[in-house]
Design a binder for this molecule. Structure first.
Ligand code: ACM
Ligand code: ZN
Length: 691
């Protein structure tokens, strides 16, 4: 909103100094008696220095309009700053839900503020092909649209002119756009446009539901290779990026197994299955190697997701580690470059709050900002030498459940601030508490730009610990900035008239705990925790077989804490086992009459969460000799089974028990129909209810 002129001499000076002793993105920012001085080796470093300078000014500087009554001052500072990682990315998926050119530019604006220098742009999917390819117009004419419900068409794509405009807009902000053109899976939009690309060549439609499609590119046909090489040629012309991402994730191999052309190719290439890789996985590797050749000819490098490890890594490939960190660790050990983007810390499509009932529907998971902030991308398992292959960090945002750009912003802000510190700062300089003190300043800047953001950091942290010795739940409440907290235990919404929190307290009977905090800038959301006692609640419990400790950091005690889990599977409320059964003994602390046992199992096939195979209850008077009182088998899961929280209740003749043994048998291997057939699924139980 200001009309300013650039002078030869001024109080804000930008200096290029090739001799500066720091990396090319680093800068020095000095504010003192003589004005403001930003120095860097490169224009990019100057740009970052100016971002820091702007963030020292009152937030209103970011406003697009002139604001009166503001004192434009910054503190005297002397800052020397350079990034830890050269690749600092965020991923953006306009395929599941389309985002306009203006929205992509807004995304780039946010990234620039955070000194993020790569936008990984996911442009092709089962649910839509979003980039114009001149040689194959049907990719966008047909592949760019899908039918949703009763005759409702959903679509959108970027013309090559729009792509160039976005690439240039990004470059002005020192952001490289890394396009992702998926292969050989997630390809249904292309196959709907050109059916001959698939094994059977049957006419299909652009996929209108989420998940994973079995129909993929056919590497048995020469024309498939011609197709993606022609596509990549046009893509390389549009994107100056050194890297082109070829996807490679989640490609079912069922079609290849029964395709005569694919099998002939396997034979001709002499590909063999062994203990590490199937011959079909090696065929995928061959395809990726062919794409790599095509990219290398133009001086480009490939990036692929974790699954490009299947069938062996192609020389020169960079791996993006999304299924946790293990793929990245393996690739670094093989001396391949790695970008860390583990779903466990970096999937911004996951819930930000445990209270998912209050959130827009999300894909699942639970990723609070603190977890992202505290992520350390250098795996301890790697030697110093191997760690050099970790080139960067990225967060991913898949948009299956994110229909609008304002919801994109809700999911990424302020988590992107936490991401930026993981990417830029040395671990010795990171401090979550200190980060929180800066959040209100960031949200003031978001407000000036009218950016949508999540406010969970202003909410009450509710910490409830079950104590089976004292038979109470201990409650501790806190907030980011020690704001006053009010609470109720009877289910009423708290107000500033409700009990004020003064320190930890205990709960020993049914309660609905609701809390609320008052920050100077806003009143927090109301938290809700429901506690329901049964005869097992707060009785000592132990597991006879191992559990997956990362799911429930508080231990098996959450099975008897009177609290249920919800559709977010990693909130700590679900106890998980994998590869063995869930077997628990509860010490009833004296003979107790019982006539039923109930458990709930979280079932969600795509997340590898399988239902129980069998549930049984045995009782004992001495903790040594047990007698089974009830047992039930359940049928194996079928492809058509939906996602659910399944209730399993066993009723039996009333009996006296001093000890109760619960056994829930798990599925040990995922069945043939599952994408990850043969791997070990999880069994998740939140609470053991005895009455
Ligand atoms: C991915 O999330 N499928 C890379
Ligand atoms: Zn085939």
């Amino acid at each position: 909103g200001y009309d300013l002129t650039v002078a030869d001499e001024g109080d804000i000076r930008l200096n290029l100094d090739p001799q500066l002793d720091m990396n090319s993105e680093g800068y020095r920012l000095e504010v003192g008696k003589n004005g403001v001085e930003v120095t860097s080796k490169t224009p990019q470093g100057l740009f970052y220095g100016m971002q820091s300078f702007m963030q020292l000014l009152p937030a209103e500087i970011e406003s697009s309009e002139k604001v009166d009554g503001i004192e434009w001052s910054v503190p005297y500072v002397n800052i020397t700053d350079e990034p830890r990682f050269a690749y600092r990315g965020i991923h953006f998926d306009p395929c599941r839900h389309f985002m306009t050119v203006d929205e992509v530019k807004k995304q780039l604006d946010v990234m620039a503020m955070y000194k993020i220098n790569r936008m990984h742009w996911h442009l092709t999917e089962d649910q839509g092909w979003r980039i114009e390819i001149k040689k194959y117009p049907k990719l966008t004419e047909i592949g760019g649209k899908r039918m949703e419900g009763e005759g409702y068409e959903y679509g959108g794509y970027y013309t090559q002119e729009e792509v160039k405009d976005i690439v240039a807009y990004a470059a002005e902000r020192f952001i490289t756009v890394v396009p992702e053109i998926e292969m050989p899976g997630h390809e249904m939009a292309a196959i709907a446009a050109y059916p001959e690309l698939s094994c059977k060549g049957e006419q299909g439609v652009v996929r209108s539901i989420w998940g994973i499609e079995d129909i993929v590119l056919c590497p048995g046909k020469e024309s498939t290779f011609e197709f993606f090489e022609n596509v990549l040629k046009e893509v390389m012309e549009l994107f100056p990026s050194e890297y082109i991402h070829i996807g490679g994730d989640e490609c079912p191999k069922v079609r290849w197994k029964s395709c005569p052309k694919c099998q002939a190719r396997i034979k001709a290439l002499g590909l063999k299955s062994d203990a590490k890789h199937t011959k079909e996985e090696r065929l995928q590797s061959y395809m990726i190697a062919e794409a790599t050749k095509c990219l290398n000819e133009k001086g480009k490098q490939i990036i692929g997701w974790t699954e490009i490890l299947e069938g062996g890594l192609v020389p020169g490939a960079t791996l993006m580690s999304w299924i946790g960190e293990s793929g990245g660790i393996e690739a670094a050990r093989q001396h391949h470059d790695v970008i860390m983007t583990p779903n466990t810390y970096m999937y911004f499509d996951y819930y930000q709050s445990k209270q998912v009932e209050d959130e827009p529907l999300a894909i699942g998971g639970y990723l609070p900002i603190e977890k992202t902030y505290n992520y350390e991308p250098m795996p301890k398992e790697l030697t110093k030498e191997e760690q050099q292959y970790i080139k960067g960090v990225q967060a991913n945002l898949w948009t299956e459940y994110i229909p609008s750009f304002s919801q994109v912003q809700y999911m990424i802000l302020p988590r992107m601030g936490a991401l930026a510190e993981v990417q830029w700062s040395d671990p010795s300089r990171k401090d979550y508490k200190d980060f929180l003190t800066r959040i209100p300043r960031l949200t003031a800047i978001y407000d000036c730009y009218d950016w949508t953001y999540a406010t969970h950091v202003f909410d009450v942290n509710v910490d409830i610990k079950a104590d089976t010795v004292k038979h109470v739940l201990s409650v501790q409440l806190s907030t980011m900035a020690n704001d006053p907290i009010y609470y109720t235990l009877d289910g009423q919404d708290p107000t500033e008239e409700s009990a004020k929190y003064t320190g930890p307290f205990t709960i020993d009977k049914d309660a609905i705990l609701k809390t609320m905090a008052v920050h100077p800038s806003r009143t927090s959301k109301i938290s809700i925790d429901t506690i329901r006692f049964n005869k097992a609640t707060l009785k000592p419990v132990k597991l006879l077989q191992p559990n997956q400790e990362s799911f429930s950091p508080d231990g098996p005690v959450v099975l008897v804490d009177g609290r249920r889990g919800n559709h977010s599977f990693d909130t700590g409320a679900w106890v998980a086992v994998a590869g063995n059964d869930l077997e628990a003994v509860i010490d009833m602390q004296g003979e107790t009459t019982l006539s039923s046992a109930t458990i709930h199992v979280y079932v969600r096939k795509d997340a590898w969460l399988f239902d129980a195979k069998k549930f049984s209850v045995a009782v004992s008077c001495d903790g040594k000799n047990y007698k089974e009182v009830a047992s039930q088998d359940y049928p194996a899961m079928q492809p058509s089974d939906g996602d659910t929280i399944a209730e399993h209740k066993l009723s039996f003749q009333p009996c006296k028990a001093a000890y109760v043994k619960i056994k829930v048998a798990s599925e040990k291997r995922m069945p043939e129909w599952h994408l990850n057939a043969g791997l070990t699924p999880y069994l998740l139980v939140d609470e053991i209810i005895l009455n």
